[in-house]
Design a protein around this ligand. Sequence first.
Ligand SMILES: Nc1ncnc2c1ncn2[C@@H]1O[C@H](COP(=O)(O)OP(=O)(O)OP(=O)(O)O)[C@@H](O)[C@H]1O
Ligand SMILES: O=C(O)c1ccc[n+]([C@@H]2O[C@H](COP(=O)([O-])O)[C@@H](O)[C@H]2O)c1
Length: 211
Amino acid sequence: MNHPPALGIFGGTFDPVHWGHLRPVREAGEKLALTQIYLLPNREPVHKPDASANTKQRIQMLQLVCQHDPLFTIDMREVNRQQKSYSLLTLQELATTYPGQRIYFFIGMDSLNSLSEWYCYEQLFDYCHFVVTRRPGFEFDPVTTQPFLSRIIENPQCAPQQEAGNILIFDTNQLDISSTDIRQRVKSGAEIKSLLPAAVAEYIHQQKLYQ
Ligand SMILES: Nc1ncnc2c1ncn2[C@@H]1O[C@H](COP(=O)(O)OP(=O)(O)OP(=O)(O)O)[C@@H](O)[C@H]1O
Ligand SMILES: O=C(O)c1ccc[n+]([C@@H]2O[C@H](COP(=O)([O-])O)[C@@H](O)[C@H]2O)c1
């Protein structure tokens, strides 16, 4: 896949970040030959109740990930913006910051299924390709995705010709991990070690998060 520099962006609440975020995204990113993926913590989730860890803690957990894995870097623009983390604003800013660079926006299958509820979702396709990773418990929904079915490429073998506007669904390994489950496990004293990077598990313990 020989294409001009491309940018990977992976947005989330990351409360906390876990292997279900990182491994499928790395896998799909490698297929697209991406050398840099920006983790984009949101300030205020658009479609969710408030996060449990505070923003500083969510960022510190992402920093631990980046210290151990050079593929990932944090992009702070959403936490620094004094408003809701609408992806359209973020993509418009990114297009200005990185002119001419193709943008791949990573999401899980659950996010794809609700993409039609995102703020001005049709405009998002002017700025990026979506890269979708599969997730246990979330089958592709042909009803909610109907408005953009024609944009979908399943199991892409190469990067799309167009600069933006496609949805690439990769058959990445599926990991049955969620931040909700991790928070509940911590609360009930259950083990979390295998679900997220060791440094993040240690941080959760030290900060007494989710208890
Ligand atoms: N296990 C997983 N496999 C694939 N994608 C995932 C997985 N977990 C999260 N994602 C994707 O990562 C992005 C950010 O997710 P988020 O930070 O909300 O994590 P979450 O585990 O879904 O959190 P919560 O349980 O608090 O809702 C979303 O696009 C989501 O679809
Ligand atoms: O722009 C929107 O309306 C919008 C609605 C829901 C989710 N998003 C983005 O989708 C990404 C995953 O969101 P979440 O809530 O699953 O952590 C993150 O970057 C959010 O900012 C964006």
